[in-house]
Design a protein. Structure first.
Length: 87
């Protein structure tokens, strides 16, 4: 694979990892549970199970988001560091 194509693919994987990390860790596991806790509390429908599940999601949000980003960054570094083909 050519050097420019490898660099472009590495950048694409890195950007994808950042977006996925922010979406899954920031939105799905942090923002939505906080929103549902506020809605449940103000509406009077907050249960202990709902509280427990959402608090667990909030606590693991940064870990999951960071792990996704880190995995994609490792993959991008591996793609970028592959030896040049002898053509």
């Amino acid at each position: 694979m050519k050097k420019n194509a490898r660099n472009a693919l590495a950048i694409l994987v890195s950007i994808l990892g950042t977006v996925l990390g922010l979406y899954i860790g920031g939105y799905l596991l942090f923002a939505r549970p906080v929103y549902w806790l506020v809605i449940g509390f103000t509406g009077g429908t907050l249960t202990a199970g709902m509280l427990l599940i959402n608090v667990i999601k909030i606590f693991i949000a940064s870990t999951v988001g960071g792990a996704i980003w880190c995995l994609c960054d490792i993959i991008a570094s591996h793609i970028k560091g592959l030896p040049e083909d002898d053509d």
